[in-house]
Design a protein around this ligand. Sequence first.
Ligand SMILES: [Zn+2]
Length: 118
Amino acid sequence: MNKKRQAIWDKSGGKCWYCGCNLPEKGWHADHFEPIQRNWWNGTCEHPERDTVENLVPACASCNLNKHSMPLESWRKIIQGYVFSLNRDSTQYRLAKRYGLVQETEVKVTFWFEENGY
Ligand SMILES: [Zn+2]
């Protein structure tokens, strides 16, 4: 791991900044906490000044890809809405719930870094 990635990894001691899972040594992502909003059509970005080690946090691939270029609060709302869309769109989910395999809770989406004092 190069020095920059090591510094990012060390921010959480190898946990995903968002979900808190243990990151694999290979395949973890450095996420721009405040999104840089890369333009897919030419590779430029809206906020190049945010591309700093201070703004990069360690994240698992799932969280990084799902967060994409969303600000944190928008992403939180999206995740919070997943139970609603599962109930609306997924017969399998509704059946799994009916048979007791899934239990819904009213928990608010909280990220690892929030529960760990950052
Ligand atoms: Zn994660």
